[in-house]
Design a protein around this ligand. Structure first.
Ligand SMILES: Nc1ncnc2c1ncn2[C@@H]1O[C@H](COP(=O)(O)OP(=O)(O)OP(=O)(O)O)[C@@H](O)[C@H]1O
Ligand SMILES: [Mg+2]
Length: 360
């Protein structure tokens, strides 16, 4: 069942320079238990979208339905009550600098009418959950970025929310700290059954924890799907732009004149490595590795590799036969075609001969 659903949501801002359509006609279904990534470039409308989910921003058009109830037509008091189910964390942590860690977490509980003693007790529990029990009397200025975000997460959980919205929550953190915060979010999702919405401009973040993803570009949703499907083969031009604008792959367009290239798709590198090594030994013919990329998608490892088989057609034929027999999924690349799944050939791949477990 959908915990949050957006139906035709648009938000227009009036500025001195005129009207800005920050988001347009957004339809999204977020299921209970999802870790849902919303990814897009700067200015795409991600923050506006997430702020519309808890009505911090009132949509100009459309409906926001939370847990079966429409939020867009509530009065202020009802809305405030509902909002307690939707917590939020930010890139800049937004902690109270004059209060210590414990008070940062207990203060909102007291505002909600809980006694100081009970509020602090609950705060201590939450701080234990985020691994900060030994820092409860520190002040935010004495903490690292990752620790500050942990405090913010503990505070966000204090109202027992059903949904946690994360707007670029790891964007100010280094890669290792990012990983540890993402692990914490995953734990919260799993152990406390809290639905998490992750706004980010980094694919890596989506890949590491999300099960579903929406790609947003210029205020519109370009595509949605499981992380596995979208990462394997983005359908939209916006998706392809996001995924394949890789600065770190200068070889992408090179060596395309190499003959007898095949692209292998694999789910697990342990499975294909020995096959290729054995093929080289058995057929006494080398192969040329032109491109390889492994990535983890959710829990799984996925990858693609382009190898140049022998230039001798007869040997190349045997090599393909060997790959087929060993159930390696591959397609043959045309001469002149780029190594990566970069351009519009993504769509065409569908129709082409696929061998191995996904093919005939
Ligand atoms: N309060 C506002 N008033 C006017 N325009 C706004 C307002 N908030 C956002 N916008 C505009 O709406 C568009 C989307 O902005 P938004 O902050 O949602 O993008 P974003 O994807 O979160 O970007 P970033 O990755 O930089 O945080 C931008 O053109 C922005 O200038
Ligand atoms: Mg933003």
């Amino acid at each position: 069942m959908s915990i949050i659903s957006l139906k035709g949501v648009s938000k227009e801002f009036n500025t001195r320079a005129g009207k800005v359509n920050a988001i347009t006609d957004i339809n999204l279904e977020i299921e209970e238990g999802d870790i849902y990534g919303i990814i897009g470039l700067s200015g795409a409308g991600k923050s506006t979208l997430v702020r519309c989910m808890n009505l911090l921003e009132i949509p100009t058009e459309g409906k926001v339905v939370f847990d079966g109830e429409e939020l867009t037509d509530r009065n202020k008091k009802e809305l405030n009550k509902k909002r307690r189910n939707i917590a939020m964390i930010f890139q800049q942590f937004n902690l109270l600098m004059q209060k210590n860690v414990l008070r940062n977490v207990s203060f909102p509980l007291e505002i909600a009418g809980i006694s100081k003693k009970n509020a602090e007790e609950k705060a201590k529990e939450l701080l234990k959950l985020v691994d900060l029990e030994d820092r409860i009397y520190s002040y935010p200025s004495q903490l690292s970025g990752g620790q500050k975000q942990r405090v913010a997460i503990a505070r966000a959980l204090s109202t027992n929310p059903k949904v946690l919205l994360c707007d670029e929550a790891t964007s100010a953190l280094d890669p290792d700290t990012t990983k540890s915060i993402l692990r914490l979010l995953k734990k919260i999702n799993r152990d406390y059954k809290i639905t998490i919405i992750v706004i980010t401009h980094e694919m890596e973040v989506v890949r590491q924890i999300c099960n579903k993803v929406a790609i947003i570009e210029k205020g519109e949703i370009a595509e949605t799907g499981t992380v596995e499907a979208v990462f394997k083969k983005p359908k939209s031009a916006a998706g392809r732009r996001l995924f394949f604008q890789k600065e770190d792959e200068p070889d992408l367009h090179m060596r395309t004149s190499v003959k007898n290239r095949v692209r292998l798709a694999f789910d697990d590198n342990r499975a294909y490595e020995p096959v290729i090594a054995n093929m080289i030994i058995e057929l006494k013919a080398p192969v040329n590795i032109l491109y390889a990329r492994m990535e983890s998608v959710g829990e799984n490892q996925k990858g693609q590799m382009v190898i140049g088989l022998s230039e001798d057609e007869e040997i190349a034929r045997k090599q393909k036969e060997y790959l087929r027999e060993n159930k390696v999924t591959f397609i043959e690349l045309e001469e002149g075609e780029a190594n990566s799944l970069e351009s519009n050939d993504l769509e065409e791949d569908e129709d082409r001969n696929m061998y191995g477990k996904e093919g005939r």
